[in-house]
Design a protein around this ligand. Sequence first.
Ligand code: GAL
Length: 685
Amino acid sequence: MPTKFSAINPRFPHFLHGGDYNPDQWTPEIWREDMRLMKLANCNAMSTGIFAWTKLEPEEGKFDFSWLDQVMDLLAENEGSAVLATPSGARPAWLSARYPEVLRVTADRRRILHGQRHNHCMTSPVYREKVQEINRRLAERYQDHPALLVWHISNEYGGECHCDLCQAAFRSWLRKKYDNDLDRLNHAWWSAFWSHTFTDWEQIESPSPIGEIYLHGLTLDWKRYTTDQTIDFYNCEIAPLRELTPEIPITTNFMGLYTGLNYPRFAVAVDVVSWDSYPMWHASGSDWELAVQIAFIHDQNRAMKSGKPFMLMESVPSATNWMPVPKLKRPGMHRLSSLQAVAHGSDTVQYFQWRKSRGSAEKFHGAVVDHVGHEYTRVFRDVAELGADLKKLDTVVGASVQPDVAIIYDWENRWAIDDMQALGRERRKYAETCIAHYQPFWERGIPVDVIAESADFSAYKLLVAPMLYMLQPGVAERIRAFVAGGGTLVTTYWTGLVDENDLCFLGGWPGDGLREVLGVWDEETDTLAPQERNHVVMADGNPLGLAGSYEARDYFALIHAEGAQVLATYASEFYAGRPALTVNKWGKGQAYYMASRNDTRFLDDFYAHLADRLNLLRALPVDLPRGVTAQLRTDGKNKFIFVMNFSPAPVSVALGAGKFEGLLSGAAISGRLDLPEFGVEVLKQ
Ligand code: GAL
């Protein structure tokens, strides 16, 4: 796996810095002022025309590109580039009025009215045709324009449509999947339950609160179909762009852990992954714990294309108006949160939005240029300074990392966990659980890939798979091969219960052959009340070197060691003394089973042991102060170590041996690095 990639568009081997740019809301005079400010802000890339369809096609078939011609020319003249958008995210009113089929139908079978955005039918042939037409015209017009750098397809695809066209498309997707065999579908969905067996394809409808929601096979297939149909729509959007501008990279902006689309599947279809990040800094507990969550998502975005740098397509330079607590970013946080994305593999820092809109929903959303209209604002200065920092990091562009650790966070697994009726709905917390297992690595500056079940495990030393409830075909087999070949597997309670259709494995859990790998049989799971606690007591002389007991909550699998070594047992309840943590030697590797949801102190001690024993790659060979992380990018020759202080107090970080160049400060650094609150430095080694 390479650690050095080419720049997003090799024509421009620098960080992209800029934001969502809506010249369609403003006048030529303001555009010229925007260019002046863009240079002052050290910005170089504008995501242009995302919601500009009506301005581009004010009447059906009547196009007006004259204004965009001027904007593109201005960008090129001012050393700026366009991350040029296709406008399908919001459509002109004439289109909805003339072709009502483009309006979505909700799950309760009501057709929406025209308004808002991101709400078109993905199946509608008319919409597809209209979108392709405007996209073709954009590509024809700007294919050779020097400002065109990246294509930004639509905006934040999401949601579902339940219209008749989509029902028909869903049925044909199902026919294809089940080889036209209704019996196979009925078996996969276990539809004999409650007499829901289908006797005709036409009886099948998408899930609905006024219809079916309990056939888990159906709800899973609907989500899979929705992903596939959205990708199909995207492919339809990009067809003319690929044809006319094969050299221009294409992306569409993802939304972190948004559950509506299987992003790792979607990622295959884009040239570069991009995502929109809106953490609620300073208002949701400690910033460093929030930073852990965001780091997890950055790593997930980087890992989707095997380490290829991604784009931070949207972030806010100050306050996010729609949040429950739209707090201003405290001094230092803009720089820190932006460079955090870079530390984890982003080759861009882009914002929503460049200039504050004058009216409507986002007039109070943070922006580079405020309503006051000039550059003498705190936020503008923050942005300009960050732009200057990014220029110092040119050598980092394309550098990446090949971690020793992967954590599985899988969309389909999440869908299945969210749908099931077990474990108490509120506390399943699949994502939070994966992030809890990620945190000890973040605190040690150990790089991690966050991957799907379908990813290749073979390059890792350690595979962490919390709550891997659903085993898709071949996954157990690949896990077996991974452990047999010398890998270390860590998994938890609620692993290996169902297959890809959410049908329970028969013959004992963890199913599909994982029982042998783990050397345990998981007989049943106890769910405690939220306030209840139990403890796991470490066995004397256990090879982890852990002693005493740790608190555990929520879930307790009652397991039998079938060859595995028992490392800890439960302290109380009727299952006191039974195994709570085991390890099994399998082939050349080892497989751990963590039968209960243990506290962070346990996870920290446990992974500290594995990090040492497996000698996991880390950014710096030192203990980091609380709230501080170090993240690594390398081009194969140089190491770029991002040391970031997410705590609200100054810290002094011992660096161990070695001499470094501080790329931001320009200083030669060795021994210790002092960072102010929310401080960051990039060490080159
Ligand atoms: C994003 C969206 C942007 C803007 C932003 C505001 O989800 O893509 O267009 O609305 O939120 O935070």
